[in-house]
Structure formats: C-alpha cells, structure tokens
Design a protein. Structure first.
Length: 134
C-alpha cells in the first residue's frame, strides 16, 4: 500500500505516466469530457471534493511548467482564479476562450472531475521536466 501522496489510483497512475508537455485537466462538475479523454470522476455531491482542494493535491505530485484557464473565470469565478494563481505560484497561466479551452481538453491525458459548482473552475496543467516547476 502507498505510504504518502495521492492515494487515488487512477490519478496517481496518470501523473506517474506523464512526460514533458503532457497535459492533465482538473475540472468543475460541469465541464464536458470528450470521448477521447480519460475521465477520473471524484464528484460526490455539490462542492465535494472542491476544485482548489483537488488541484492542491495534484500539484503536490506533479511538476507543472504552464497552465491554461478559460478567460471567463476572471469575471465568473475570480476567487477561483486567485486560488489557482496562488497554488501555481510563478507558473505562467495562459488565458483561452472557453471554446479553445474545451477543445484543448481533448488533448489532455485525463480530466479529473471534482464536485465544484463554481462556474469555469477548470485548469489544464502542462507537465514540466523533472525538477522544473515554473
């Protein structure tokens, strides 16, 4: 049995298999999941687990060199954007239209679906090289 870190087997496996520039999405409960992308569904009820809580856990084991968010988060859920920015620190965050964001999720290795109901609470994380985080 795993001693520390992420104990969710599908998330742990996806992160362990990431190569440089591979992407993973952490999403709210409403983001559509393309048929081409693995869905890791954590949603239990509205708000559980929360988006920022889930993102924090993912970031504890993943090197991230860049992130993408929908520009709509700035006006619809600015507190979530502030939380993403705080958790990512110096990692650059690029804004996309929501249409571009949803299209890009089809290229991610997995979408981790949370129980978050705050609109546009989604982020695509781009894996960095070993030892590089930002």
């Amino acid at each position: 049995m795993k001693k520390v870190g992420i104990i969710n087997a599908p998330i742990s496996t996806v992160i362990a298999h990431l190569g440089h520039t591979d992407m993973v999405t952490v999403a709210d409960a409403g983001l559509p999941v393309p048929n081409t992308t693995q869905r890791i569904d954590l949603a239990l009820k509205p708000g559980v687990p929360g988006f920022l809580e889930t993102l924090e856990v993912v970031l504890s084991e993943m090197f991230v060199e860049k992130a993408y968010v929908s520009e709509d988060i700035l006006t619809k859920s600015p507190q979530m954007y502030a939380g993403i920015h705080q958790l990512l620190g110096d990692v650059p965050i690029q804004l996309l239209t929501h249409t571009e964001f949803k299209k890009l999720t089809g290229s991610t290795r997995a979408i981790i679906r949370t129980g978050e109901f705050s609109p546009y609470s989604n982020v695509i994380l781009v894996a960095g090289a070993w030892g590089f985080n930002g």
